[in-house]
Write a protein that binds this ligand. Structure first.
Ligand SMILES: Cc1ncc(COP(=O)(O)O)c(C=O)c1O
Length: 402
């Protein structure tokens, strides 16, 4: 496939800024191109390949399910689907699960649930809030919830009665909620928004107001969930139970799946006919999900993630002292880490390729690190060494460390 890049341009709608690499294989934390070059993959398909590439357990789960059936209508029960739902329920606040195919679809399900919940209380309880700078997907529901104009201004009008408030602003929250509010959607750590974490004070106030005005809290853990932020769910740190949580990305280990987790008090809001999906909860994806959950809930797995993350962040902070003009801030936890580098983010990303590193840029100025949760200390050291070399090669690095 010599001309894969020109064929790609010829036949695929130009919606992504493709990198100039033809990846042909993945193994562990590495990707390999058609020229035999090896790259340390620091973005894992944007938080999808949480256990790295080519994982034996994932291949085995797929092969085993392949022998039975690939797809089954949702009119039938299916063992891998039930098994994954059971694991999600056992390991979370939720009592029931709905499976979709993607993150944005999981959020669509949550939007419908929240709307129906509101309407069951009062006809005008239809207002939904979310944060500016958030990202919740590309469908009309997800895009409307997303608090960034660039994703939706060409497609207006979007869904009515959705308002946005400044991130972590308790004052704006107080002024915008009322008895007409039916739900608040939030990411615990804004991923596309530049790795910014919600404050405990905001969550505390949100809880108080949700009780006072009887609205639902929907936590979008599509990027942060399933160990990415160091806990199984990023919300755990705040000591509260959301009403609804949405998941996708790493849940299928690379196969498409989304999920909406629902608290017991909401089990009966949606009834047969209200919602559904042909492919939602694909048995192959669920079989992989089961294997992934079994791995990340093993004793010590997340402890290890936290320890490795602490090491990486400490080393990055040391590096920041040497290059404060380039590294302006380091944010995040677990393995969702943002390095604020200003306008040089894309230059760093491009230069990284020659250093054998695949980096992702979010929010224009932030290098977003989303390595496999299984990344080793040796691989972290390799990243640190090469990242430092890239920074030293920048014209304005103001190298004060020898
Ligand atoms: C927090 C969050 N919500 C929703 C989505 C949308 O997920 P998907 O691309 O699977 O529709 C994403 C994707 O990046 C995301 O990060």
């Amino acid at each position: 496939m010599e001309n894969i890049f020109s064929h790609d341009k010829e036949c695929i709608l130009n919606l992504y800024n493709r990198m100039n690499l033809h990846i042909v294989k993945g193994e562990g934390s590495y990707l390999y191109d058609d020229q035999g070059n090896k790259y340390l993959d620091m973005f894992s398909g944007i938080a999808v390949n949480n256990l790295g590439h080519g994982k034996t357990e994932i291949k085995e789960a797929i092969t085993k399910q392949l022998e039975n059936y690939i797809h089954l209508s949702n009119f039938f029960v299916s063992e891998p689907v039930v098994n994954l739902a059971k694991l999600l329920v056992e390991n979370s606040f939720a009592s029931k699960v709905f499976f979709a195919n993607s993150g944005t679809e999981a959020n669509e399900g949550a939007l419908k649930l929240v709307k129906k919940y509101g309407k069951s209380i009062s006809e005008d309880k239809v207002e939904i809030l979310s944060f500016y700078n958030s990202f919740h997907g590309r469908t009309f529901g997800g895009m409307t919830l997303t608090g960034q104009d660039k994703y939706k201004e060409s497609f207006a009008p979007v869904i009515p009665h959705v308002k946005h408030i400044e991130f972590n602003s308790i004052e704006e929250l107080r002024s915008q909620v009322s008895d007409k509010t039916c739900g608040f959607f939030l990411e615990i750590i804004q991923g596309e928004g530049g790795i910014r974490e919600v404050s405990q004070a905001f969550i505390d106030e949100l809880l108080l107001l949700s009780k006072k005005h009887n609205f639902l809290i929907v936590v979008d853990e599509i990027q942060t969930g399933l160990g990415r932020a160091g806990d199984l769910f990023a919300y755990e740190k705040y000591g509260f139970s959301p009403d609804v949580v949405t998941l996708a990305k790493s849940l299928g280990g690379g196969l498409p799946i989304g999920a909406m987790l629902v608290g017991q008090h909401l089990e009966k809001v949606l009834v047969p006919g209200d919602h559904g999906s042909t492919f939602g909860g694909n048995p192959m994806a669920c079989a992989v999900g089961e294997s992934i959950l079994n791995t990340i809930t093993k004793e010590n797995f997340l402890k290890e993630v936290k320890a490795k993350s602490t090491y990486l962040v400490e080393k990055l902070k040391e590096m920041q002292q040497g290059y404060p003009h380039v590294i302006k801030d380091i944010r995040g936890r677990g393995f969702i880490i943002g390095i604020e580098v200003g306008q040089q983010a894309n230059e760093i990303k491009t230069k990284a390729i020659a250093h054998g590193l695949l980096l992702n840029v979010t929010s224009g100025t932030v290098i977003r690190l989303l390595p496999a949760l299984t990344i080793t200390y040796l691989e972290i050291n390799e990243f640190l060494r090469e990242f430092k070399n890239i920074i030293r090669g920048l014209e304005n690095c103001h190298d004060s460390v020898k």
